[in-house]
Ligand binder design. Structure first.
Ligand SMILES: [Fe+2]
Ligand SMILES: [Fe+2]
Length: 148
């Protein structure tokens, strides 16, 4: 899988988890889904920040976009931390889950898939994107093993 396909597959997976979690009346299930979403997002952000974004930022035209993305990652991480610290019966959980979903959707779909990836496709050759995909996959495996 090339880098862009791999990242899009991650986005899709998180989107499906959000769909299952949103409006889920079973609190235990919702919390479990949130834990999964959190783990997926942390791994995804980690491989983007350490491998993908530095490669993308080599192109002068994309530097600002990478900086904006890093700020959006920070917002998402703040929300994840806040949610992690909420007690399970907090009425704030649902609204925060919704805001988290909206933030992730905006960042992953509008910013990355909509603006950044098409530009990346223009300046990186298919072979380079394949190579980057392999690096992302390896880093993902390492991160997941570390967490478990
Ligand atoms: Fe991102
Ligand atoms: Fe992403």
């Amino acid at each position: 899988m090339n880098a862009l396909e791999l990242l899009k597959t991650d986005h899709q997976k998180v989107k499906e988890l959000f769909k299952k979690a949103e409006g889920n009346k079973n609190e235990k299930q919702q919390k479990q889904l949130f834990d999964q979403i959190k783990a997926e997002l942390e791994t995804h952000a980690h491989i983007e920040e350490t491998i993908f974004y530095p490669a993308v930022a080599k192109n002068e035209d994309l530097k600002d976009m990478v900086l904006e993305s890093l700020e959006e990652h920070k917002q998402v991480k703040t929300l994840l931390r806040e949610m992690e610290n909420l007690t399970s019966d907090s009425e704030k959980f649902e609204p925060k889950l919704k805001v988290l979903m909206e933030n992730v959707e905006h960042h992953a779909v509008e910013e990355e898939e909509g603006k950044m990836f098409p530009k990346v496709r223009k300046f990186m050759k298919p072979a380079a994107l394949d190579e980057l995909g392999k690096e992302l996959e390896a880093a993902k495996g390492k991160k997941v093993r570390k967490a478990s």
